[in-house]
Ligand binder design. Structure first.
Ligand code: ADP
Ligand code: MG
Length: 900
């Protein structure tokens, strides 16, 4: 039998703090039991203390706490007011002294002292605060708590505990107020509150929340002594409203039997159990490490869950059965009610007297209240009494019950459990945080690796680029040097030749022509004379035959056979003549070519030049000089002799050799301005373009392009070239050609067209600029120089048009993507390229619409360089002027802190 445990919670602490010896002072006139004030320890383990003195001291893990008892007097009801009108109340209260006087008769009374004496005027709020609040606070701190109302039926137990106060909130009883207090103090996130509502009726426990569940068994934990009702419904409470609903529901289910004493009173015990589960953190624990006793490893606070239980018991009426007037079944019922109550009384007596045996097993009520009343809970008892002298006996017994209860001491224990669930949850959260952090760091690491890789790649490609550039520069330099030395050698050779052959030349009939050429020409001349002679002979013969034919015709028809013969002979002769004529033309053209070449050679030798075959492109000065001097070159003289049409006819000859000769002759003729008009008039330009279109032979194309380039120096011809689709033909030639000389010719032709203001748009739309830029793939300086010239010409025309307000907007060159090449070659080692590009940059910079692209493309730096390094003063100052007149350039220079 766990009687010791029942009395003190745990037997071990029994006697550690002894309950005070009964200090009940009994005298005939004054019966009192002073509250054991020595028990009110200031070092309470409870964190909250109520203003009311009702709070019991408690400390440590299991401390004793006496059952607190208050008495409450109900005001007289209507019936009593009438029936007892002539009698005084059976009790007299001295609330300030916490005393109650029970009248025995008019001159004798007994005085009892309670923890609290509540008069008939005591408000529900005050009753809650002095009776229940300390218990509720204790429950919130993790202790079990019990509030019981004991008293005769009709004295106000239900009024005190169970009033819902729906109409008048000030009427709310202890149940509602306790729940309010709990709800205010718990955390919705971490804590939980659940409620069971039961009634004990005739030794049977019924679930007031589920009336079908009418035989709930009590389970006691033999180890802890905790009592639980696993079969009872637990309803989670989230707010006051849901709790009120639940109380109403319970009340509706409650069996209320009428008695004579109170039509509303209940014969059952109503038990409301509020389970509170709160999450708290334990204290940090410092653990000394093995290596160093002084240093402490601080363990993080453990998550704990505190479970506590508040039991509110509205006991059935304590009146004696006989008085209730019950009969039959009602009598049995009354007995059962009293069984539980009397068992409670007996237990309290035993506990109060420290008796060895506490008969808790005698009733369900005592078993149920085992861990509440006289167990490990903080307990308050409110005894309710009525004022009527007619019930004096019941009132007295109620008062004595309360007095005995005051001696009962509980052992308070906080019930804390290690909350594995919440620890696991916390660790899981921590783990997730660490995983996320790890992932973040991994990502940052990967990004960094990627960045470094990219940087490395960029650096490698930059080095590669620099290397290729350097290599290319070196190659070009070598090429230039090589060409330079070849040129020098050639010059030297010519010089030597000149020295050795000076005398021979002077004597030569051909005025400076080489002996080989002269011999050739002499031979050809002879041949020509011979052929001419033969032709004349043939013509004579034809005439003779014609006259003979006439004679024969006259002679009559008899000579038909003769005529036929003669006709055949005539046809032969005509054919022969035609052949001869062709031969003559070929010979003439050959001679023309040779003459021209000799002429060239002579001129070159005379000025020590490089012997360019097509002077029109690179030495316009010589041409001008020749035309100014008024001399007709030998080739022109021959041209006069042969006739342009005949030469152009040869361009279409089936003989490739003839074609090549012819085109060379045309090209040479075209190099002289004086011939150009005639060539064009005779359809030479069309024929040349046709050659570009239909022949794949590189030489034909090169020479034809050269001729077109020469013709393209003339503005009227430029337009003709365009009209006849010359741009696209030149473009196709440019993209097909491999030979730098071909490209040079084509670039030269396009460069000339670029200088025509009217052709800008067409040139662009037909792909001329693209073709020009495409040719830079051949890095030959002659080609690049022509490209640069074309760009400069184009930029100049655009600039002019913009200045005249004819065009606006960005340069077509920039649109076509020329800028990078321009910037790249602005400081080209080859002077002609550099000069053209410097001019092009100055032209482009003159228009604000180009400024932004030029800044972005790095052209500004080149312009600044031009203002400083350009060898030509006029270009230097042009660049400076241009930069200074542009708002955008000026502001960019300010930004870059560049000063001109
Ligand atoms: P019990 O539950 O003890 O049988 P009740 O709480 O039902 O008694 O009360 C009986 C009657 O007395 C009810 O009508 C109740 O309103 C009234 N009553 C009880 N206590 C008080 C009080 N302190 N002030 C006013 N009326 C009271
Ligand atoms: Mg009641």
């Amino acid at each position: 039998m766990a009687s010791n445990g029942y009395r003190n919670g745990t037997g071990t602490n029994k006697g550690a703090i002894k309950p005070p010896a009964s200090s009940n002072i009994r005298s005939s006139s004054f019966k009192s039991r002073l509250p054991p004030s020595s028990n009110h320890s200031p070092g309470s383990a409870l964190r909250r203390t109520s203003s009311a003195s009702f709070t019991t001291a408690a400390g440590g893990d299991g401390v004793p706490g006496r059952v607190r008892v208050a008495v409450r007097l109900r005001p007289r009801n209507a019936e009593e007011s009438t029936a007892d009108a002539d009698f005084a109340d059976c009790v007299e209260l001295q609330p300030e002294l916490k005393r109650l006087k029970l009248r025995k008769n008019n001159w004798e009374s007994e005085t009892y002292e309670f923890d609290e004496v509540l008069t008939e005027f005591a408000s529900q709020k005050r009753v809650y605060e002095v009776v229940a609040k300390p218990v509720v606070e204790s429950v919130l701190d993790g202790y079990n708590g019990t509030v019981m109302a004991y008293g005769q039926t009709g004295t106000g137990k239900t009024f005190t505990l169970g009033r819902l106060g729906e109409e008048d909130t000030s009427a709310r009883g202890i149940m509602v107020r306790s729940m309010e207090e709990i709800l205010v103090n718990v955390s919705r996130e971490t804590d939980s509150i659940s409620v069971s509502y039961l009634q004990l009726y005739m030794e049977t426990i019924q679930d007031l929340l589920d009336p079908a569940n009418d035989n709930i068994s009590i389970v006691e934990d033999p180890r802890t002594g905790d009592v639980s009702l696993p079969g009872a419904t637990h309803v989670e409470i989230k707010d006051e409203q849901s709790f009120l609903e639940l109380l109403r529901l319970g009340e509706a289910h409650r069996i209320a039997a009428n008695t004579k004493l109170n039509t509303e009173s209940s014969r059952s015990h109503a038990i409301l159990m509020v389970h509170v589960k709160r999450s708290v953190l334990g204290e940090e624990v410092a653990i000394p490490t093995e290596s160093d006793k002084s240093s402490h490893f601080v363990k993080p606070p453990k998550p704990l869950v505190r479970k506590s239980k508040l039991v509110l018991v509205d006991l059935a009426g304590s009146e004696r059965v006989q008085k209730s007037g019950s009969e039959g079944h009602m009598l049995e019922e009354a007995k059962s009610i009293n069984l539980s109550l009397s068992a409670l009384g007996k237990c309290i007596n035993a506990l109060a007297e420290n008796s060895a045996h506490v008969p808790i097993r005698d009733s369900k009520l005592t078993r149920l209240l085992r861990d509440s009343f006289g167990g490990t809970a903080r307990t308050s008892l409110i005894v309710t009494i009525g004022p009527s002298p007619r019930h004096r006996g019941e009132t007295a017994s109620t008062i004595l019950f309360g007095q005995r209860a005051m001696k009962v001491e509980n052992m308070l224990r906080i019930k804390e459990e290690f909350d594995y669930k919440s620890l696991a949850r916390r660790l899981e959260i921590q783990l997730d945080k660490l995983i996320a952090e790890n992932e973040r760091q991994q990502k940052a690491f990967d990004d960094e690796v990627e960045r470094i890789n990219l940087e490395a790649q960029n650096r490698v490609s930059e080095v590669e680029r620099n290397f290729t550039d350097a290599l290319e520069k070196e190659r070009l330099k070598c090429q230039m040097e090589y060409m330079e030395s070849v040129k020098k050698l050639e010059e030297k050779m010519i010089e030597n030749q000149q020295k050795h052959q000076h005398d021979g030349f002077m004597k030569d009939k051909c005025n400076g022509e080489g002996p080989g050429f002269c011999e050739d020409i002499a031979v050809i001349k002879k041949l020509l004379e011979k052929e001419t002679h033969m032709r004349k002979e043939a013509e004579k013969e034809v005439n003779k035959l014609k006259s003979q034919l006439g004679q024969h015709m006259d002679a009559g028809a008899g000579g038909d056979a003769e005529i036929l013969k003669l006709q055949i002979a005539l046809e032969d002769e005509v054919h022969q003549k035609k052949k001869l004529e062709e031969e003559i033309i070929i010979l003439r053209s050959q001679m023309l070519q040779l003459t021209f070449e000799a002429d060239q050679m002579r001129r070159c030798l005379a000025r020590g030049g490089s012997g360019n075959a097509y002077p029109g492109l690179d030495s316009p000065m010589s041409q001008v000089r020749d035309s100014l001097s008024g001399h007709k070159t030998p080739v022109s003289a021959l041209f006069d002799q042969v006739g342009v049409e005949k030469i152009l006819d040869l361009l279409e000859s089936e003989d490739a050799n003839v074609r090549i000769h012819a085109v060379k002759v045309v090209a040479n003729l075209a190099a002289e301005e004086a011939n150009q008009e005639r060539i064009v008039e005779a359809g030479g330009l069309t024929s040349l373009l046709m050659l570009l279109r239909s022949y794949e032979d590189e030489t034909v194309r090169r020479v034809a392009a050269g001729a077109i380039a020469n013709l393209a120096m003339n503005e009227a011809n430029q337009e003709l070239i365009m009209v006849q689709g010359g741009i696209s033909l030149l473009s196709t030639t440019a993209s097909d050609a491999e030979d730098p000389q071909t490209l040079r010719m084509v670039a030269g032709a396009i460069a000339n067209l670029c200088g025509n203001d009217k052709l800008q748009a067409t040139l662009r739309s037909e792909g001329g600029i693209k073709a020009l830029l495409g040719m830079v793939r051949c890095r030959h300086p002659d080609v690049l120089s022509q490209v640069a010239r074309g760009i400069a010409n184009f930029a100049k025309c655009e600039s002019r048009a913009s200045t005249n307000g004819i065009r606006s907007g960005r340069s077509l060159l920039i649109d076509e993507g020329a800028l990078p090449w321009i910037v790249q070659n602005a400081n080209n080692d080859a002077a002609p390229i550099r000069r053209h590009i410097e001019l092009a940059l100055c032209h482009l910079a003159q228009h604000e619409a180009n400024a932004k692209d030029m800044i972005n493309g790095g052209a500004l730096w080149e312009l600044v360089r031009i203002t400083r390094d350009c060898s030509r003063e006029d270009i230097r100052s042009l660049a400076r002027r241009t930069l200074n007149s542009s708002l955008l350039f000026r502001s960019e220079m300010r930004r870059l802190r560049i000063e001109l």
